[in-house]
Design a protein around this ligand. Structure first.
Ligand code: ADP
Ligand code: MG
Length: 701
């Protein structure tokens, strides 16, 4: 037998069980060893029978005194009863299932270790369906079910039918572990020594059959470390490759127009913006490729920072591309940039769907002829063969909509004649640092950690149906003061049609009845681009008081005069999404409000979430809470998340370990980028074997 042997041939498996095991992805002995316990239960402490307490569980050791198959009145069917005794007393062990099997399983005088919960029947002490080991026969191999820390494995109805409950798994894993000596080490000696990690062989032994808590903890730590380490190694590779083999651009000039733009701003940049800008400038100045994440809460002012970065490119005679996740946002950015750039003689073009052919051709040829300095659009910029003359910087706004793969793809498409443009990725999703490291670990990170001063914190309140009229009165009063309001409807049933219907119905009632005297507009994703733009600009110019919309306005929209964000069925939104929506208000000097309308049937859980929204406006705190509730996969939306699947490590709870793993991985790649050193061979092997499918991202191969 060896680790790669088919599972069928392992002692105690056979064809039927092998089939059940293959169903859950266990083909080989090695796969079985990687089937980790779900949790553990401590059965080390043995008790004397006279010290047992009814209702408690304990391990006892005793001798079989007697047993019988009890054929009972019909109601109960037969049961098997065994009397186990030690020096201090006796208990009945009872099995209702497998009674006939057990009748032949024991011998009087045999010594058993038994674990289970003690009940009282009449005056008799009883343990029903106990776990047990036979002292005489099992002693040499160690106990499987009692007397130690026992591992519990994930199982299912189908598995249990094949006797593959926790007990069944323990029985199979025992002989499989005899091959533990063959498990090749996957971390180099120096890494193991430096972090005093457990060897891989011992790790597998301890994970399945822990000898004590401390060893189990060491084993778990080793597995977590390894998961995080290889993840970081991948990122380190990727970063290294970008730094070393990709020819970047050194933008050396900081010229007059940039200075003029800064001096003309109606506000002073915050310290956070200045710091981020400085980091970006240093990156762009250097001949290597910039790969930077600009992270800042909603409203922290990322757009102007991105624009100043683009100015650096433009003033060095390069073009810049500014990518937004939706057309509405692209259009908004386009107008915002034009406003900022007024009078500076810098040409901005918008690439979008629905443009006239002649118009579009003109734009495309202007871009190719470098008549255009800054191109704004959606990912269509790179999908539809927009050709640049000299692309120097790509800015991607609201990154979480794109994901890691798309980022790699954009990079690849943006390269012109072996020159890689700099990349600036912006996200308003306040990703906790640990998670940012895990996902964007190949990017440098700049954080704008403050909002422009003079903003008042948004007041948030949850309201139920009862309060609806009051809420409407409040909106009317604010509108009377010249403020504007967003009214957002959620996605229902994941179906866009319903989503639309809710918003449209709401719009009809609000515009024709409730707010007949106010100007109400409707915005949703199914409208034509021109229509959307028309509605947005009417809202922006205060020709509308209330904008009813679907979640299309979730990201980026900026209308400082709007002070109310009313969210219908707030319980259906994730926390981060609520935070993004809320970020649409509170952008001006006036007090802003966020009202979360909660359906009457909202669960306890969702009420808890809205309470978090009422309590804090700190995006990072909200994201952490959201992660705790939903887990990383859902947090980012499953498919494009790029969040790695981890078996044991937890990106939030194990952040200290993640940091250590990261430092170690980056240090190793720094010194030995190709893992050529003899000591690093084990890691190279594992890396190529398990991560080869992801290597095209990192460019190793
Ligand atoms: P976000 O980071 O959410 O993309 P924006 O870039 O849209 O934020 O900026 C939000 C608002 O704050 C805009 O109206 C912008 O003009 C304004 N703003 C940006 N920087 C500052 C600043 N330093 N002081 C005051 N207002 C600012
Ligand atoms: Mg923005």
């Amino acid at each position: 037998m060896h680790l790669e042997s088919e599972i069928q041939y392992l002692q105690g498996v056979g064809p039927k069980r092998a089939e059940a095991l293959r169903e859950i992805g266990i083909d080989s002995v090695w796969d079985l060893l990687n089937y980790f316990p779900r949790r553990y239960i401590d059965r080390r402490h043995t008790a004397r029978i006279k010290d047992l307490r009814v209702g408690e569980s304990a391990t006892i050791v005793g001798t079989v005194e007697n047993f019988e198959l009890v054929m009972n009145r019909k109601r109960y069917g037969s049961r098997f009863r065994l009397i186990l005794a030690d020096d201090t007393g006796h208990v009945n062990l009872v099995w209702f299932q497998g009674a006939r099997y057990y009748e032949r399983a024991f011998e009087v005088g045999e010594v058993l270790a038994v674990y289970g919960k003690l009940d009282l029947y009449g005056r008799e002490l009883q343990i029903t369906h106990p776990e047990f080991d036979r002292i005489e026969t099992d002693e040499r191999e160690g106990f499987l079910n009692t007397g130690s820390i026992i591992s519990l494995y994930p199982s299912s109805e189908a598995l249990r039918k094949k006797w593959l409950d926790s007990r069944g798994f323990r029985k199979l894993i025992k002989p499989a572990l005899e091959l533990a000596g063959q498990i090749p080490e996957t971390l180099s000696d120096d890494v193991i020594a430096r972090h005093s990690l457990m060897s891989i062989k011992d790790t597998y032994r301890q994970i399945h059959f822990p000898s004590d808590e401390a060893s189990l903890e060491k084993a778990r730590e080793r597995i977590k470390f390894e998961e995080l380490f290889y993840l970081q190694l991948l990122l380190a590779f990727r970063k290294r490759r970008i730094a070393s083999t990709e020819q970047g651009i050194a933008f050396e000039k900081v010229a007059n127009k940039t200075r003029e733009l800064i001096s003309k701003l109606p506000f002073e940049l915050t310290d956070g913006q200045k710091k981020a800008l400085k980091e970006i400038r240093e990156d762009m100045h250097a001949p290597r490729c910039m790969n930077r994440l600009l992270q800042g809460d909603v409203g922290s002012g990322k757009t102007i920072v991105a624009l100043l970065a683009m100015m650096i490119a433009v003033e060095n005679d390069f073009q810049a591309a500014f990518m937004a996740p939706t057309e509405i946002l692209a259009e908004q950015h386009y107008f915002v940039l034009q406003e900022y750039l007024w009078g500076l003689n810098i040409n901005v073009a918008l690439v979008k769907g629905g443009q006239k052919k002649s118009e579009r051709e003109k734009i495309l040829s202007d871009i190719l002829n470098h008549q255009v300095d800054i191109v704004v659009g959606t990912h269509a910029i790179f999908q539809e063969h927009v050709e640049f003359s000299k692309l120097g910087l790509v800015v991607i706004d609201e990154q979480h909509r794109f994901g890691v793969m798309q980022r790699a793809e954009i990079r690849r498409k943006a390269v012109i004649k072996d020159i890689y443009p700099d990349m600036l990725v912006m996200t308003a999703t306040p990703i906790p640092r640990t998670l940012a490291m895990a996902i964007y670990g190949d990017l440098d990170i700049s954080v704008i950690n403050e909002l422009p001063s003079g903003r008042r914190p948004i007041r948030t309140a949850a309201r139920t149906e009862e309060a609806r009229n009051k809420v409407y009165e409040f909106i009317r009063a604010e509108a009377g003061k010249g403020r504007q309001c967003y009214l957002v409807y959620p996605l229902i049933d994941e179906s866009e049609k319903m989503d639309l219907k809710a918003a449209k119905d709401g719009y009809t009632i609000l515009s024709e009845k409730i707010f007949k005297d106010l100007r109400v507009g409707l915005l949703h994703g199914k409208m034509k681009s021109a229509e959307k733009q028309e509605v947005m600009s009417r809202f922006k110019n205060h020709q509308l008081d209330i904008l009813v919309s679907t979640t299309v306005i979730e990201v980026g929209v900026n209308v400082p005069n709007s002070t109310i964000m009313l969210i219908e069925h707030a319980e259906r939104f994730g926390l981060t999404q609520l935070h993004q929506l809320r970020g649409r208000v509170g952008r001006g000097a006036d007090q802003s409000y966020c009202i979360l309308m909660i359906g009457d049937q909202a669960s306890e859980e969702s009420q808890k979430r809205t309470r978090i929204m009422e309590e804090t406006t700190d995006g990072f705190k909200i994201a952490e809470e959201d992660l705790k509730i939903r887990g990383p996969g859902e947090f980012f939306g499953t498919k494009q998340s790029g969040v790695p699947e981890l078996k044991m490590a937890h990106l939030i709870h194990d952040h200290a370990l993640l940091q250590t793993a990261r430092d170690t991985a980056f240090e190793i790649i720094d010194k030995d980028p190709q893992l050529r050193a003899a000591g690093h061979q084990v890691m190279k092997k594992k890396f190529l074997a398990e991560y080869s499918d992801k290597l095209h991202l990192s460019g190793i191969g």
